[in-house]
Design a protein around this ligand. Structure first.
Ligand code: KG4
Ligand code: ZN
Length: 392
């Protein structure tokens, strides 16, 4: 039976809301909005948690309203009175969110929605709480089942969504051949998760220090480029390849010879810093040359480690997701790797690689498909945001 799901995502610097209609293998996007705070965080060179929290609280009520309106589900409450006290209990620690959300809940009637999904972690804790508490309040006000979801599982779900005939609002859910090996590469995570059944994951390797997206962002900052630096470095590296500009230095490929699936990216960033200091002043040509060499070093580490992980786990499919999977150069490299191993590669649409709420809704739809989910009581005072995948 098809279900209508609203999902909220506030784990980092994107405030996002999505509404989908999903049955076992098909998703129709009714509405899908993302508001990025990246510009506000630019001067910090990364995301500043308390600023993220405030901005989420300011933006979320209006974003929920617009998303409902765009999906055709927004209706006036009329004279049905709302019991405000359980909602105020949940929202009491966040005045900004409370001020925005209470009038909305008082004025609109319960939309035709069957489930509420929200990112419960991993992510920046102050930011997570905003979406989490807003979702709890909606669930209580509308008497709709409430599902805390894992952000990384959302990234995996994004890779399982294939667009139907180039339409942006229709997707098929493709269940990958199992076991499936997921490499999740984002601003906060770089990890291998082996999925033997949908919804259960075994961590088989991860970075020991910085995430790969974080390395992109830090290197960009060293080069004087604003946050988020990943896409900007990618453009410079592509320019170097097109113009055949050679790197002025060579950079290390950390932990390549280690016989395990651990990775490390902080040394690579430090090597870029030394290189920039050594060749100062940084000319335009050297800047794009370093971007090229940095991206090649990242590619070499990711591909070699993923190659080892494929062999070690005898996986039947490869999933690559997370913000860094938007990178075309890396996508192509993973494509060649999967080909060599004769296994399918599942990648998200490029616009679904970075954080969004559609992937959180899709993660719940996937759980409904495999019947591996139970709702949580949104009024439970002991509820906590938490960052663990259901690890086996
Ligand atoms: O998944 P995501 O949106 O947020 C987290 O959960 O962390 O990932 C954001 C990260 C940032 O570090 C950003 O610089 C990186 O993804 N990123 C890219 C590209 N697009 C985004 N890195 C390399 N190439 C890209 N095209
Ligand atoms: Zn993410």
């Amino acid at each position: 039976m098809a279900k209508t799901i609203i999902a909220i995502e506030t784990s980092c610097d994107e405030t996002a809301v999505a509404i989908i209609r999903a049955n076992t293998e098909h998703i129709t996007v009714l509405s899908h909005s993302i508001l990025s705070q990246a510009k506000l965080h630019e001067e910090f060179g990364g995301v500043f948690p308390n600023l993220a929290k405030r901005e989420h609280a300011k933006a979320l009520p209006l974003l929920i309203k617009t998303t409902l309106r765009e999906s055709g589900l927004l209706g006036e409450r009329g004279n049905v009175v709302l019991d405000e006290s359980p909602l105020k209990k949940i929202l009491k620690k966040d005045d900004i969110l409370c001020e925005g959300l209470m009038p909305l809940l008082k004025n609109i009637k319960k939309p035709d929605i069957d489930a509420i999904a929200v990112t419960a972690g991993p992510g920046l804790e102050p930011a997570l709480w905003v979406g989490f508490n807003a979702a709890r309040a909606l669930a209580i006000a509308w008497h709709v089942p409430f599902y805390p979801m894992n952000h990384m599982e959302g990234h995996i779900a994004a890779a399982l969504m294939s667009p139907v005939k180039e339409r942006e609002d229709e997707y098929m859910i493709t269940l990958p051949p199992l076991p499936a090996l997921a490499i999740l590469i984002s601003g906060g995570h770089t990890e291998f998760d082996l999925m033997r059944v949908i919804g259960s994951y075994e961590r088989v390797g991860e970075t020991l220090d910085d995430a790969v997206g974080e390395a992109y962002d830090k290197v960009a900052r060293l080069m004087g480029l604003p946050y988020p630096g990943g896409p900007k470095i990618a453009v410079l590296a592509e320019e170097a390849r097109t113009r055949n500009i050679q790197p002025p230095v060579s950079l290390p490929r950390p932990m390549l010879s280690a016989k395990n699936l651990s990775m490390s990216f902080s040394g690579l960033k430090t090597a870029v810093r030394y290189a920039i200091e050594k060749i100062a002043p940084l000319t335009e040509k050297n800047r794009i040359g370093i971007a090229r060499e940095f991206e090649d070093a990242v590619r070499d580490v990711l591909i070699k480690k993923t190659h080892a992980a494929i062999e070690e786990t005898s996986t039947e499919s490869l999933i690559v997701s997370g913000g860094v999977s938007a990178n075309t150069y890396l996508r192509n490299a993973f494509g060649r790797l999967a080909n060599e191993h004769g296994i399918p590669l599942l990648l998200p649409d490029q616009h679904l690689s970075t954080d969004n709420a559609l992937m959180i809704a899709a993660a719940l739809a996937l759980r409904f498909t495999t019947q591996s989910v139970k709702p949580t009581d949104p009024a439970d005072p002991n509820l906590n945001v938490n960052g663990t995948l259901t690890l086996v």
